[in-house]
Design a protein around this ligand. Structure first.
Ligand SMILES: *Cc1c(COP(=O)(O)O)cnc(C)c1O
Length: 360
């Protein structure tokens, strides 16, 4: 067996310790005589997996008691619609558009009400986070929406916007559990787990209880009402049971690592190795405003398309894979999520140094 350093933006690298446990338990989960994939979601064994996963997530993020944790399907994209359907009581919401995913969320919300774009960084290909200290928040806005870490462009909100008292909704798909966060500052947090937590096919939504009501937009499908899933403890229908199990394993791994403060330090250390090199390199450069740099997704370019392609090809051959930038921006992108070891980032930088010497 030989494993590569996988810099994919998602689905992405998982901790090897977790993958080994999954393999060990594939045929017989803790004496049940069956694997978790084969298990009824109504069984006591699975209920314990689900309860432990929720509790471990609550412990990691110190989620206050007045928030529900929901394990949902349909990817982050379904939340683009589910959020307005459940939260747009006045049919008005304000969107801060800092990338492709916020743009999609904003476009989707326009189907259900008045979705205002109150700030954007599209003028400079989303390479920075706009000043959000004094935005024209709509007096009747039901919520203010952000994408907290912009996976494609590599920017992150280092400070939350001033919502002037309005509820804040955040897509945290690509920074989920990368550092501590104060859940009480948000009304709703959600993220697809395939970036920093588990396999594809699930979203975790952390929703303040008062927002979970029967008062949703007319025509909202049963499956798209938060109340349906909250009332049923994420077991209204068959959930993505195996994915919940894997996420639960990752939560336990994060706890064993020392929790989110420790992950933050590790992630800062890893990102600094790469950013410091980019800042000193004559060939490579980062594409993002320094103050807004993400710890998770690091886009960079040489400035020459052919050289970029050569780099990606040679890096792949050297076991450093999935470094091609998103199709909408080109260049390169290294996603260095929680499960990417420091050695992986060091190997990447060593390879970049060698490439720079050979190509200048
Ligand atoms: C990947 C990603 C999405 C889209 O996720 P799907 O699960 O494919 O719908 C949305 N938002 C962010 C921030 C992402 O990184």
């Amino acid at each position: 067996m030989s494993r590569v350093y996988n810099f994919s933006a998602g689905p992405a690298v998982l901790p090897e310790e977790v993958l080994k446990e999954l393999a060990d338990e594939m045929m017989d989960y803790q004496g049940t005589g069956m694997g978790v994939m084969e298990m009824s979601h109504r069984s006591a064994a699975f209920q314990k997996i689900l309860d432990d996963a929720e509790q471990d997530l609550r412990d990691l993020l110190q989620i206050p008691d007045n928030y529900k944790v929901l394990f949902l399907q349909g990817g982050a994209h379904l939340q683009f619609a589910m959020i307005p359907m459940n939260l747009m009581k006045n049919k008005v919401a304000d969107y801060i558009v800092t990338g492709q995913w916020a743009k999609r969320a904003h476009a989707e919300a326009q189907k259900y009400g008045k979705a205002n774009k109150i700030a954007t960084s599209e003028d400079q290909t989303f390479s920075y986070i706009p000043d959000c200290s004094d935005l024209p928040i709509s007096p009747d806005a039901d919520y203010v929406y952000i994408c907290e870490n912009n996976t494609i462009y590599g920017t992150k909100f280092k400070e939350l916007p001033n919502t002037k008292g309005k509820d804040l909704v955040a897509d945290v798909s690509s920074c989920f559990l990368s550092e501590p966060m104060d859940v009480s500052k948000y009304a709703l947090i959600y993220g697809g787990v395939q970036k920093n937590i588990g396999p594809a096919g699930m979203v975790i939504a952390i929703v303040r209880e008062d927002l979970i009501t029967e008062d949703v937009l007319p025509g909202t499908p049963t499956m798209m009402s938060y109340k349906t899933h909250a009332d049923a403890g994420s077991l209204y229908n068959t959930p993505n049971a195996y994915c919940i199990y894997v996420c639960g394993k990752v939560f336990k791994w994060l706890k064993a690592m020392g929790g989110l403060e420790v992950m933050k330090q590790r992630n800062e250390e890893k990102a600094a190795i790469l950013y410091d090199f980019l800042d000193s390199s004559k060939l490579f450069k980062g594409t993002v405003a320094k103050k807004d740099r993400s710890l998770m997704n690091v886009p960079f370019v040489t400035g020459d398309k052919d050289l970029d392609a050569k780099f990606v090809k040679e890096a792949t051959a050297a076991g450093l894979v999935n470094l091609k930038g998103h199709r909408s921006v080109g260049g390169m992108r290294a996603s260095i999520y929680n499960a990417m070891p420091k050695a992986g980032v060091e190997a990447l930088v060593a390879f970049m140094k060698k490439f720079e010497e050979e190509n200048s």
